[in-house]
Design a protein around this ligand. Structure first.
Ligand SMILES: [Zn+2]
Ligand SMILES: [Zn+2]
Length: 670
């Protein structure tokens, strides 16, 4: 049968079939058919398709999943779906085209700049440049102007193909070493595509919009350093970030939400409110927790340790470092060495070499191994507030979210195989309880992180062992009705994980809590227990956290509450503000009484206007302000204000204590 292109019913699409003699039949979604020549352009099909496709299509997707530009041609059959800005793939083509316009503008203004890569990313695009001058806000404004003029010229974007050798020669002759390097790595018989707009040509796989004028609204947002190919051994390039939208209104609305997000960014408010700081001379990814930050983490830690004790966990305290031999047994030395801080010469076998621990597992196992264990000892739930060290890439550092040293509510459950489901459930319930209590539960999603059978060198164990662990975990998750997505190649090297993911204020997702099933490490460490029948058996291990890494949790809480933490977590809960120094004695006495009731109190007895004192306490996000003047001093009461300006008005000391203590005990949020 002659191939067809058919417009998919109900959506913007088409289905073509080429007839003999170089003709393609196009059927649109209303069932009308048209004859076209082979090599018909995608935009011509969009016109025939009519409707939204004719007006808004940015690209098209074949039923094999290829994305075609509107100027690409079609000579075989299949269903075709048109993509608009409403789809992620359509937005990518749009924003990627904007990145080429950026590159053209930079080359026009700085002919010596060398081009690296310029992909679309979530919410925008970037392009990496190697050049002497440093981009400044002024140069970004000039580049934006040049981009506007390129858009105004509405240059056609034309695709060209070259064999690999010629393509490499071309890149060398244009003095584009990064492009030449990329081309050299492609197979010798590859056909390389270039795209030309005006007098600017760029190596690219495409696709792009049809012309530069199709980009309606864009903004360059910032510049950052980025290593060529993300490798710190390579040269540092300058990366210009930008974004593009279909309309000025949509762009402005997006920029406004980013501004709002910035106000909640823990990296900004956490520093302004003095929860933490970073110091160059200490190092990247090594934040200093200041009194407020340290206090919140202490509160979270007490809460976690008490809750774990209530649920049958035993507390351990193990060393921060160990000889490399320990990590050899655990597999960290083979699978995780790049992520570890090594003390000594890793390659010199004759001398002692230590490493800071990236995980607590092999340390806590020693507790189990201390003597022969029986089935009666299981489940053994070991918990530890553990400080860990991971040598993350410096480009990845971000405030308290991505750090090189952190403290985590670590724990390992050593269990009989038949206890797996019950204990896994217990871990999940504990994690959910913690998240709910701090108010993050509604922002979480679940990811079932599996290994990648094509990337086995990253992992311990055999395909059969992985198959068993993953299917057991899938069964448990289904039974518990956990709605999850699958993360391929995201497993730990010793087993699959359930990751509880939380998005930060910019929408970037990170793992907060993880629960992992491990059937491998017990054998490596020779862990066994005597079962009821007298036989020695291998335990299973669950690796888990209950509230995750404290620094990251603090960051997410600061963002969630825009710095106004719930009363039970606020470093200072109450500030007593005097209107006149005649109220000082009452303020001091009341503060002592409140402290005696377990509340964290400060007094502001300065000779300042009360409006000024209130404003300062509000900026500090202190939950309760107790204002005292002559009248309050006389009646031993306060005028109580919340940090958002709300009541509840005049209260006696006793009534306020009762209210506040109850709120703390119940861990009220919001
Ligand atoms: Zn491109
Ligand atoms: Zn572990």
């Amino acid at each position: 049968m002659e191939p067809r292109i058919k417009i998919r019913p109900g959506i913007r699409g088409g289905f073509c079939y080429p007839k003999r003699g170089g003709v393609i039949i196009i059927i649109n979604y209303e069932g009308q058919s048209f004859e076209c020549q082979k090599g018909v352009k995608v935009y011509e099909i969009a016109k025939l398709a009519g409707g939204e496709a004719a007006v808004r299509a940015l690209a098209a997707k074949t039923d094999e999943g290829f994305i075609l530009g509107m100027s690409d041609t079609l000579d075989k059959g299949g269903a075709l779906e048109f993509l608009t800005f409403d789809q992620e793939e359509g937005r990518k083509v749009y924003r990627h085209t904007a990145s080429h316009i950026l590159a053209q503008a930079v080359k026009t203004l700085y002919p010596n700049a060398k081009l690296a890569i310029g992909p679309a990313v979530e919410n925008g695009f970037y392009y990496d440049f190697d050049m002497e001058d440093t981009f400044t806000p002024e140069s970004l404004a000039a580049i934006e102007n040049e981009m506007r003029s390129i858009i105004k010229k509405n240059e056609r974007i034309v695709k060209m193909e070259l064999p690999r050798d010629e393509a490499e020669k071309a890149a060398v002759s244009w003095r584009e070493p990064y492009k030449a390097e990329l081309i050299r790595e492609l197979p010798a018989d590859a056909v390389i595509t270039f795209y030309q707009q005006g007098d600017f040509m760029d190596l690219c796989a495409g696709p792009h919009l049809q012309s530069t004028g199709r980009v309606k609204a864009f903004k360059l947002t910032h510049v950052a350093g980025a290593y060529w190919r993300g490798d710190s051994k390579n040269k540092m390039l300058q990366r210009i970030y930008g974004t593009a939208f279909e309309s000025r209104e949509a762009l402005d609305a997006y920029l406004l939400t980013v501004e709002e997000a910035k106000k909640r960014d823990h990296n900004k408010i956490g520093r302004e409110l003095e929860y933490f700081t970073t110091v160059d001379i200490i190092g990247q990814g090594l934040p200093v927790l200041m009194p407020k930050g340290a206090r919140v983490i202490q509160l979270l830690q007490r809460f976690t340790e008490d809750e774990e004790e209530r649920r049958g966990y035993l507390l351990t305290k193990t060393p921060f470092m160990a000889k490399r031999d320990l990590y050899r047994i655990s597999g960290h030395w083979d699978h995780y060495r790049d992520g570890m801080f090594i003390l000594g010469d890793a390659d010199d076998e004759a001398s002692e070499c230590y490493a800071l621990r990236p995980m607590t597992c092999p340390f806590q196992y020693q507790v189990f191994l201390n003597r022969m264990r029986s089935y009666r000892d299981l489940p053994m739930r070991l918990g530890e507030t553990a400080t860990l060290f991971r040598n993350e890439d410096s480009g990845e550092m971000h405030g308290l979210i991505r750090v090189r040293q952190f403290t985590i509510s670590e724990g390992h459950l050593i269990i009989k195989p038949d206890q797996l489901e019950e204990e896994f459930k217990g871990c999940l319930e504990l994690a959910r309880y913690m998240l709910k209590t701090v108010g993050l539960e509604e922002d979480c999603s679940y990811r079932f992180s599996k290994w990648d059978p094509k990337n086995t060198s990253k992992y311990e164990g055999t395909p059969e062992e992985w198959e068993k662990a993953e299917s057991l975990m899938a069964d448990i998750l289904d039974k518990l009705q956990v709605p999850y997505t699958v993360g391929m190649d995201e497993a730990a090297f010793y087993g699959p994980k359930l990751d509880i993911q939380v998005k930060n204020v910019y929408g970037k997702e990170d793992t907060l809590i993880t629960i992992q099933i491990d059937m491998l490490l017990a054998a490596k460490f020779g862990m066994e227990y005597v079962d009821a029948d007298g036989q020695k058996r291998r335990p299973y291990i669950i690796h888990r956290t209950s509230i995750g890494c404290y620094e990251r949790t603090l960051a997410l809480l600061l963002e969630k509450y825009a710095g106004a933490l719930p009363l039970w977590l606020s470093p200072t809960q109450v500030s007593i503000l005097t209107i006149t120094d005649r109220a000082d004695a009452w303020a001091r006495e009341a503060a002592e009484t409140l402290r005696g009731a377990g509340l964290r109190v400060q007094t502001d007895l300065r000779n300042e206007k009360i409006g000024f004192k209130i404003r300062e306490a509000q900026l500090e996000k202190i939950p309760y302000m107790l204002v005292v003047g002559d009248r309050e001093a006389e009646s031993r009461s306060f005028s109580v204000r919340g940090r958002h300006g709300e009541g509840p008005g005049v209260m006696t000391l006793e009534a306020f204590i009762q209210k506040a203590v109850c709120e703390v005990q119940e861990k009220t949020i919001g």
